[in-house]
Design a protein around this ligand. Structure first.
Ligand code: HGY
Ligand code: MN
Ligand code: MN
Ligand code: MN
Length: 418
């Protein structure tokens, strides 16, 4: 049985990590392969080594810290000698919070350090991974870290993608020291199970008064870029009825997104978070407008149905205003149920720890939904204060952080030493 886990330097580590990419809004901005991201990953590699873990990068920039099993351990057959991996992502949204992703990375490092100090070499290899990219904040491609590990994506899928400044994905990757010509091993690997500790990013646990969220399933997601083509023209000399105003057309389409989503009802959510008009100056009728579209639902067919209705509405608006319409889907992930056996183990540990746990769906996407296609996977949440996330005001109390940490340690102990 594990002794009572006293306080570990979890809060201090999160404060330290938030220093990498600290932005002017009091949040964190750490984007794939940018300076803050590179400094954070390399600092974490040093931290892992200081904590007695073998640190190694892969060609995507994922960072693994390993607590190797005793080579003579009896757990030898088949997939049982594949490592148990915990962790989360090190990248952030722009002006994000200090807990999203970072909490799972920091807790994983400290959990392996604690287990090594208390119990020495495990019977089964345990690893913590700092996944290189989950958010899709810089390049229009999400879950690059987990998808390159499971083989769901490879460099050919991303090399030509451009960020908002026009930088090529592959150039950013190689300039950061990664990629196929680096000395690092390929990202693709097999793992025995994946466990992700994460903040809830919503307010269910806080409102219902539970300490631990156990994720039953993660919503499906479809992400698009929608391009509306019109005719740039003079704002003063072009009568309203003769315009092909791409931004006005996009605005009608964005209103249709909200109308259709409200008609569909909870738990469907649809978000337009970004609109880029071209040329984007006040005295020119926009010739082009590109907007993002993020649709989520726990049921695949409802999500598909919603997209179909939205596309019909966009097409009608484009025809009415003689506008061109194009769209590109750059993420389509199905709703994903988590592993029932690990869920059961987490529920048992919460009972032992006398922590109230709550089985719940995740409205946020996570790397766990990528790993679940490759190995048994589970997620656990701790409460987010007022449910705020993807915002510098994101906050979780140290007590709540420690409760999630203790459950993670017990789960890793069960799988690594039990
Ligand atoms: O958008 C999401 O749900 C996740 O935080 N990347
Ligand atoms: Mn996020
Ligand atoms: Mn996250
Ligand atoms: Mn996520």
């Amino acid at each position: 049985m594990l002794p009572n886990i006293e306080k570990v330097e979890l809060q201090a580590m999160l404060d330290w990590l938030a220093g990498y990419g600290a932005d002017e809004q009091g949040g964190v901005t750490r984007l794939l392969y940018d300076h803050a991201w590179c400094d954070a990953q390399h600092a974490l590699a040093v931290k892992m080594q200081e904590k007695g873990l073998a640190a190694e990068f892969d060609q995507s920039g994922n960072l693994f810290g390993t607590l190797k099993a005793d080579s003579g351990s009896s757990v030898t057959n088949g997939e049982h000698n594949l490592p148990i991996v915990t962790g989360s992502h090190i990248d952030s949204v722009v002006h994000g919070g200090k807990y999203d992703g970072a909490y799972g990375v920091a807790a994983g490092i400290l959990a392996l350090e604690y287990l090594k100090q208390q119990f020495g070499v495990p019977r089964r290899t345990l690893q913590v991974v700092s996944l290189c990219e989950e958010e899709g904040s810089r390049f229009p491609f999400a879950y690059w870290g987990s998808r390159s590990i499971t083989g769901a994506a490879c460099l050919d899928d991303v090399r030509e993608l451009r960020d908002a400044a026009g930088a090529r994905f592959e150039d950013a990757m190689t300039q950061a020291g990664f990629g196929p010509d680096s000395n690092y091993r390929s990202a693709k690997r097999h793992i025995g199970a994946f466990i992700e500790l994460h903040i809830e990013q919503g307010q269910v646990l806080e409102r219902l008064g539970h300490s631990i969220g156990i994720v039953s399933a993660i919503v499906g997601q479809k992400r698009f870029s929608v391009t509306v083509g019109g005719e740039a023209n003079h704002a003063g000399t072009t009568p309203m009825i003769w315009r092909k105003d791409a931004l006005a057309g996009a605005a009608d389409m964005i209103s249709a997104v909200r109308r259709i989503a409200l008609q569909a009802g909870h738990p469907l959510v649809a978000t337009v978070g970004q609109v880029i008009p071209d040329p984007g100056v006040g005295n020119v009728v926009a010739g082009r407008a590109v907007f993002s579209l993020d649709i989520r639902h726990i049921q695949q067919e409802s999500m598909e149905q919603c997209w179909k209705q939205m596309l019909e509405a966009f097409t009608t608006i484009a025809e009415e205003h003689e506008l061109e319409l194009e769209w590109e889907e750059h993420l389509s992930v199905a709703p994903t149920s988590m592993d029932a056996r690990i869920i059961h183990d987490i529920q048992e540990i919460c009972l032992q720890e006398q922590l109230s746990s709550y089985l719940m769906a995740s409205g946020a996407g996570h790397d766990s939904q990528i790993f679940q296609s490759a190995c048994p996977t589970a997620m656990l949440f701790v409460p987010s204060c007022s449910g705020i996330s993807h915002n510098p005001l994101e906050f979780t109390s140290e007590e709540d952080l420690m409760r999630g940490f203790r459950v993670l340690v017990r789960l890793l102990y069960k799988y690594g030493y039990g």
